[in-house]
Ligand binder design. Structure first.
Ligand code: SF4
Length: 422
């Protein structure tokens, strides 16, 4: 099969060549190491079946047992939330019915962007714009390729670009510590510029550039361990570029109050746009997080950490965090969905737990109910929102090994609740 879309990171590359041999998916071209690992992990598992308290059960028994747990719960928590578009729609519908709180396995990282964009907005771009227009790419605290392996191959050094742009002449700058900058070397071997800076101090550097841009004097020789002259020089590069792109990955900003760093980056981009064309590219979207968040946004107007407990959606990034709800004991049941990765499972919790994940899941502690599900883009067709959020790419079914989709299972749980079987 040609032009298969890969659902294993937010780039959603749509050019993979795939062969399916006895149910195993083999990528023969254009796959990266991350996608190969995922396809390998999804190899058929002999005897995969639903479990109730660790014992094999039929799908009907498991669905009824799951419905029973949800029917008894006062405040169920729906977490993981890694599904395709149809699966996410069904989960939101079930949450509405059960009065559940909806979270996502990646929401700690996503909140760093969400809190910032809710507060002050931002100017961001699309992958197509980066590929066709960027002449300067500044990566803040991320090498991109550790989480999005084909970032440089597909977007930066790609031979195909519009408007006569010479992609090999692009300027690359890394700001951060311990980043793998090998992918940032141009095809002719020209190395990128690297500005060493602790990741949790990048916000200070961005703030310094805002001050310099505003014409203020900095009474310091260095900011965030970087000479002021180097920040001034980076600012000049941003101002002299025709289309500069500032890239970050919220997952790589793993420190307290990183939303303030995102806010300062966004403010710098806005300041620069008074006279220049500079845009942001926040990388994310893995585990379907932009897909699920998009569904929640258009159905409720709110992102993750949305509660249906009062009968109407209520968003609260603090009160509705899964960590707080579980440690406080307020949540009394957990539905965890991880359709892309059988290794992303809930940690041991003390509430009744239902897990929907592909076969091969190895639990630290057996959930009350486990239902094996198919992976979108492997076991069934679906849609997946890319990191730039402007397209939902179609995912194709590659094989048939008898696994239901998340949407099918969640619909069955809802039907069981309708029947009052619990
Ligand atoms: S870069 Fe991401 S979307 Fe592209 S092939 Fe690798 S894992 Fe899949």
């Amino acid at each position: 099969m040609d032009n298969v879309t890969c659902p294993f990171c937010g780039l959603a590359c749509d050019d993979l060549q795939i062969e399916v041999i006895e149910g195993s998916v083999c990528a023969t071209d254009n796959a990266c190491g991350l996608s190969l690992d995922h396809y390998r992990r999804l190899a058929p598992v002999a005897g995969a079946s639903p479990h109730i308290k660790g014992k094999a059960a039929t799908i009907d028994e498991a669905v009824k047992s799951a419905a029973g747990i949800l029917a008894k719960a006062s405040l169920p928590l729906f977490d993981g939330f890694a599904a395709d578009l149809s699966g996410a729609r069904r989960i939101v519908q079930l949450a509405d019915r059960c009065g559940a709180v909806i979270e996502h396995m990646n929401s700690t990282a996503k909140m760093r962007n969400l809190l910032s964009v809710q507060d002050a907005g931002w100017i961001t771009t699309t992958l197509a714009e980066v590929k066709n227009r960027a002449d300067l790419v500044v990566l803040l605290g991320t090498d991109a390729v550790s989480r999005f392996p084909r970032f440089f191959e597909r977007l930066i050094w790609s031979q195909e670009s519009m408007f006569g742009l010479d992609s090999g002449a692009r300027q690359i700058v890394y700001v951060g510590a311990g980043l793998d900058d090998r992918a940032g070397h141009a095809p002719d071997g020209r190395p990128p510029e690297v500005i060493p800076c602790k990741v949790d101090e990048i916000g200070e550097g961005m703030g310094a550039m805002r001050s310099i841009l505003a014409g203020q004097s900095l009474h310091a020789e260095s900011v965030a361990g970087v000479p002021v002259g180097q920040w001034t020089s980076l600012l000049e590069r941003l101002r002299s570029a025709k289309y500069a792109v500032i890239v970050w990955a919220a997952a790589d900003f793993a420190f307290e109050h990183a939303e303030l760093t995102v806010q300062t980056i966004s403010a710098l981009i806005k300041d620069l746009n008074l006279s220049n064309r500079v845009v942001g590219l926040p990388l994310g979207g893995s585990d379907g997080d932009f897909t699920s968040n998009g569904v929640l946004l258009w159905q409720t107007g709110f992102p993750f950490r949305c509660s249906f407990a009062t009968g109407a959606p209520v968003y609260d990034p603090y009160m509705n965090s899964s960590q707080r709800l579980l440690t406080s004991g307020e949540a009394d049941a957990l539905l965890w969905v991880s359709a892309y990765n059988p290794a992303r499972l809930p940690t041991k919790v003390s509430v009744p737990t239902i897990v929907l994940a592909p076969p091969g899941a190895v639990f630290e502690s057996e959930p009350d109910v486990y239902i094996p599900v198919g992976t979108p883009g492997v076991d069934h067709a679906g849609h997946y929102t890319r990191t730039d959020k402007v397209v939902a790419l179609p995912l194709r079914k590659l094989r048939e090994i008898g696994l239901p989709s998340v949407a099918d299972v969640v619909a069955s749980i809802e039907a069981a609740l309708d029947d009052g079987v619990a």
